[in-house]
Design a protein around this ligand. Structure first.
Ligand SMILES: [Zn+2]
Length: 514
């Protein structure tokens, strides 16, 4: 495995940085606490080799459009990534793309999700992967999240996964049956705690798992596939010591996190629905392979609800990001911009459920506009002689304290609204700020609104957006010329819901903000 190489690299980098270490540590924020699913409590964050931080987040399975719940997870870890960097850490953020091995129902049976979709859309599986990877990146770009440091794919790491499976077999924690390899949970449980992450009772888990039938190759009910033998019709398959096949879903994250972050690293994250099976199995694979707990801190984001019910496709309330932006869903009364949606998400703590409703989104839209207006206004304020009427340092201290308290973004937003109130008061001439406090107030708005929250001004007066609008208007013109009125109407109505009014005339189409 090349994990030792990753460790060596980290050590070398640390040695090079050695001379600057003292200043770095001073800059680094040492008051950070985060909730660790593994210990079920908030802990002081102490990275294995500060100032370096290794963070692995389970990425999307790219066989369909990215769900809003996934977006919340990636926006939450973007917040964490940004704040760690703001606090002076050097973060290597790895977020994978699952483009093979994820079977229907997340179990070791049924059709491969990619192959199934490929048959449906009459495409090559890698066409599906390409299409939805681009779509995923587009959506995250709209949400203004930073790209991870490394974005490895499962298909790009088949060799590493085979090596890891071989090692688990060598250690006696897996067995081969007829070209497939299974992880032996019972054997593993003799030495390690299989349910260490969720603290569930093994007997209960067994009771809730389907009994094995005569056809089953698995020895134990909780065993899971590391390698799955290809059927004649399987499209995505690779040669292996056990014959032609493809990896199980869980092994990719263990193999890729070890490769890029080492056998032991700092943070492993994902949606809370991954903890019970995927992350539990990742821990088992890594420990079986290297006798080391892979991550020191496990972090999980909570789910989304709509008008109080869990968001899901089957419930009919699972709208996609694009539908939320255009308002093209029966539950939505209009579209909401990506930044409104992101601001709305940041108004809840990442470990709380977040409930979507038109009313709540409306309120966020107003709040976000008020905040952006204050950001624009703060540059126009004049400093006054003498003492300030407001304690700006206290606002900054409370923002930092909130972020240090397990990334409590809603508390920071409340403080930013307090800052907004002060900005408006000073602008109206009803209060004054000394030069030093005015500068501090500007830096609070810049740091927390833009650098840490990753929000951006969506005002259509900026040049970049102008050219995007011109392009959309061109597409609409071509659609009208082709008598594709469905598309041209969709564009007009979609823009309208975002507050952009199109006006057609003999000279062409112009737009204006409503
Ligand atoms: Zn994963």
């Amino acid at each position: 495995m090349e994990s030792s190489l990753a460790n060596q690299l980290a050590t070398t980098e640390a040695a090079i940085d050695g001379a600057h270490q003292t200043t770095k540590n001073k800059k680094m924020n040492n008051g950070l606490q985060l909730y660790n699913t593994l210990t079920r409590k908030k802990e002081v964050f102490e990275p294995l080799s500060a100032p370096h931080v290794g963070m692995y987040v389970c990425g999307p399975t790219v066989y369909s459009d990215v769900h809003l719940g996934n977006c919340r997870t990636f926006i939450s870890f973007d917040l964490i990534f940004r704040y760690l960097k703001y606090s002076g850490y050097k973060v290597r953020y790895v977020r994978n793309i699952t483009d093979a091995g994820h079977l229907e129902g997340d179990r070791d049976e049924g059709d491969d999700k990619f192959a199934k979709r490929a048959k449906l859309e009459q495409l090559e599986p890698m066409e599906i992967v390409q299409k939805y990877t681009i779509g995923f990146h587009d959506v995250l770009r709209m949400f203004n999240t930073l790209p991870p440091s490394i974005e490895p794919t499962a298909t790009g790491h088949i060799t590493e996964q085979i090596e890891m499976i071989k090692m688990i077999l060598d250690k006696g924690f897996a067995y081969e049956v007829n070209g497939s390899v299974y992880f032996d949970v019972e054997k593993y449980s003799e030495t390690y705690n299989y349910t260490v992450l969720t603290n569930r009772n093994m007997e209960d888990m067994l009771a809730n798992t389907r009994a094995l039938g005569g056809q089953d190759e698995k020895r134990g009910r909780l065993d899971f596939a590391l390698w799955i033998k290809a059927k004649p019709e399987t499209l995505m398959k690779w040669p292996s010591p056990w014959g032609s096949g493809f990896p199980g879903w869980h092994i990719e994250c263990s193999a890729m996190s070890a490769k890029y972050l080492g056998e032991a690293f700092d943070i492993h994250g994902g949606g809370m629905d991954l903890a019970a099976t995927h992350h539990t199995n990742e821990i088992a694979q890594s420990e079986a392979c290297s006798q080391v707990q892979p991550a020191k801190y496990w972090m999980h984001t909570n789910m989304l609800t709509v008008n109080g019910t869990r968001m899901s496709k089957s419930a009919g309330n699972g709208f996609l990001p694009g539908q939320l932006f255009t308002g093209d869903h029966p539950l939505l009364k209009k579209g909401f911009s990506p930044m409104t949606v992101k601001f709305f998400m940041l108004q809840a703590h990442y470990r709380s459920t977040l409930d979507f409703s038109n009313e709540a989104l409306d309120a966020s839209e107003k709040g976000f506009k008020r905040l952006m207006a204050a950001v624009a206004l703060v540059d126009k304020l004049q400093a006054s002689e003498g003492e300030s009427d407001f304690d700006i340092q206290a606002i900054k201290d409370r923002c930092v304290a909130a972020m240090n308290d397990d990334f409590n973004s809603p508390v920071v937003i409340a403080e930013l609204f307090e800052a907004t109130r002060i900005i408006n008061t000073v602008y109206d001439g009803k209060g004054k700020l000394a030069a030093v406090d005015l500068e501090l107030l500007k830096s609070i708005m810049q740091d927390f609104v833009f650098d840490i929250f990753g929000l951006k001004d969506e005002d259509t007066s900026n040049a970049e957006l102008n050219s995007v609008l011109e392009l959309v208007i061109d597409i609409r013109k071509a659609a009208k010329e082709n008598k594709d009125y469905a598309t041209s109407d969709k564009i007009r109505i979609g823009l309208q819901s975002m507050g952009v009014q199109l006006k057609d005339s003999k000279e062409g189409t112009t737009w204006s903000k409503m």
